[in-house]
Design a binder for this molecule. Structure first.
Ligand SMILES: Nc1ncnc2c1ncn2[C@@H]1O[C@H](COP(=O)(O)OP(=O)(O)OP(=O)(O)O)[C@@H](O)[C@H]1O
Ligand SMILES: [Mg+2]
Length: 244
């Protein structure tokens, strides 16, 4: 039996974090949550998991243009941020203005858009904030969310150094440490058929034994292996072969 279909690599491990996120999703309240962790620890992966779980339990998930995640970069200002969020929230409504990226949107219009939904999850993956944007985000945007009729769960993920300015405002912080040995093994077993030649069990044991005490190296491997395994037919995603 060959391997012909492709499916995303599932989230492995992180059971405590996922269970906590499930709790947040079943208690629709306005909350501000930071997700921190070193490079490659799986912050984006966790946010994507959150996205799919939230969608399944009725949350409107705000994303960036064309299903990309929302990000704050040094170029982001209040105008581009509001526009991105507004367009994202318009994407599932009947509005035809959704693909109008050059109009100016005020924060009140974003709030109106949020209030059109029962509950909204705002996922921001990356917070490389400029000194001009930071005070607006904290003092205007986050403050305004508290007055929304709809519960808004806002999650911002980045390395902890980028999130320092937000720490005092956060209701909670999820910090991702390295995966434990069992989870690392699970990861290698899940991808072993994806690389050429496939990983042998003995090789996997070596990586687990020698890699687990070096979480930074493992984080690097986690990032590189899906690239090595990426199929030409599915260029933009990490993928895993599943038995047909
Ligand atoms: N728990 C996990 N289960 C499955 N895959 C994972 C897990 N954690 C990380 N990965 C994979 O490892 C790679 C790095 O993870 P990810 O991009 O989520 O890290 P990150 O913390 O967001 O990194 P960065 O700081 O660069 O944004 C990705 O290919 C991701 O799919
Ligand atoms: Mg990331």
């Amino acid at each position: 039996m060959g391997y012909t279909l492709f499916a995303p690599i599932p989230l492995l491990g992180r059971r405590a974090e996922v269970s906590h996120i499930d709790t947040l999703l079943t208690q629709p309240e306005s909350r501000f949550v930071l997700v921190s962790g070193a490079v490659g620890m799986g912050k984006s992966k966790l946010l994507r998991e959150c996205d799919s779980r939230a969608g399944r339990c009725g949350w409107m998930v705000a994303k960036g243009y064309e299903d990309e995640v929302l990000r704050v970069t040094h170029e982001t200002n209040q105008v581009t941020f509001c526009r991105q969020l507004w367009c994202s929230l318009a994407a599932t409504s009947t509005s035809t203005a959704v693909k109008t990226p050059n109009i100016s949107i005020q924060v009140d219009q974003v709030l109106d858009r949020i209030n059109a939904f029962v509950k909204v999850l705002v996922l921001i993956d990356g917070f490389h904030v400029s000194p001009e944007f930071s005070p607006w985000f904290k003092d205007v945007f986050l403050a305004a969310l508290k007055h929304c009729r709809a519960p808004v769960l806002t999650m911002v993920a980045d390395i902890s150094a980028e999130l320092t300015a937000l720490e005092t405002l956060a209701d909670e912080q999820i910090n991702l440490g390295p995966l434990d040995r069992a989870e690392v093994r699970e990861y290698f077993l899940a991808i072993k058929e994806l690389v050429a030649p496939p990983l042998k069990e003995t090789e996997i044991e070596t990586y687990v034994e020698q890699g687990s005490p070096h979480p930074d190296l493992l984080a690097g491997l986690l990032r590189l292996l899906p690239l090595a395994a990426r199929s030409e037919s599915v260029p933009a995603q990490e993928c895993m072969r599943v038995k047909s």
